[in-house]
Design a protein around this ligand. Structure first.
Ligand code: NAP
Length: 188
């Protein structure tokens, strides 16, 4: 993946972990089954991701500082086992998640610190890290959180996280289109 030189106009950006094709396929199957049960619009398989830091609209001239911040992050690789579903009523969102993993929390913390040091701090309200992969949106508001929690989310492959990415997001009729701008390896 080539790094963008940042000369472009404003872009909507976020840092994320991107699952393997195998894990994405398993998650997409679960999303489809859950949407048949609960309703909602499923995320596209190729769009599934776990956001580490959402930056929002960023002017092109700030992108080099974001790339530098990503390169400054020192964090070890880790593994995630996605094994649970949840429903957030406030935004009617169905998500997949995992037990707390220290390596994931450390990575998100390092990234927030690197962004602040690079003069690109996240707004206060976006510093609370709630790791999840959005499987579907626009579920009925009355969806039972307990029933979603009981819905099967098993047999997914372990997620070996060894890199994170900076991604641009733009809307389209088929949902947001994500374009990777740069990737950053994790190393002990
Ligand atoms: P997105 O809004 O660009 O979000 C990209 C990623 O950042 C997602 O993982 C999202 O989390 C996360 N994120 C977004 N806002 C955040 C915030 N304030 N704090 C923390 N994390 C945040 O693209 P999207 O997720 O496909 O779209 C989400 C909704 O925003 C859709 O209804 C879309 O129509 C609308 N929207 C999109 C754009 C765009 O340019 N893509 C512009 C305006 C509005 P979640 O998955 O948990 O949302």
């Amino acid at each position: 993946m080539l790094e963008n030189d940042g000369a472009a106009a404003t872009q909507r950006l976020f840092f994320a972990l991107w699952p393997s094709a195998e894990l994405s396929a398993g998650l997409a199957d679960i999303a489809a089954a859950a949407a048949r049960r609960f309703g909602g619009q499923v995320s596209r398989r190729e769009s599934l991701h776990l956001t580490l830091a959402f930056l929002g609209d960023v002017p092109g001239e700030a992108i080099p500082a974001l790339l530098a911040a990503g390169r400054q992050v020192v964090a070890a690789p880790f593994h995630l086992q996605i094994d649970r579903l949840g429903f957030w009523r406030h935004n009617r969102l169905l998500w997949a998640g995992c037990a707390p993993v220290p390596g994931l929390q450390a990575l998100a913390g390092e990234l927030v610190a690197a962004l602040a040091a690079a003069g690109q701090p996240l707004p206060e309200r976006q510093r609370t890290f709630a790791p999840h992969l959005t499987l579907a949106r626009k579920l009925p508001a009355a969806t039972s959180i307990a029933e979603v929690g009981d819905f099967p989310c098993t047999s997914l492959p372990e997620w070996s996280c060894s890199r994170f990415v900076l991604v641009a997001s733009r809307p389209s009729a088929a949902g947001s289109i994500y374009s990777p701008l740069a990737e950053f390896p994790l190393s002990a």
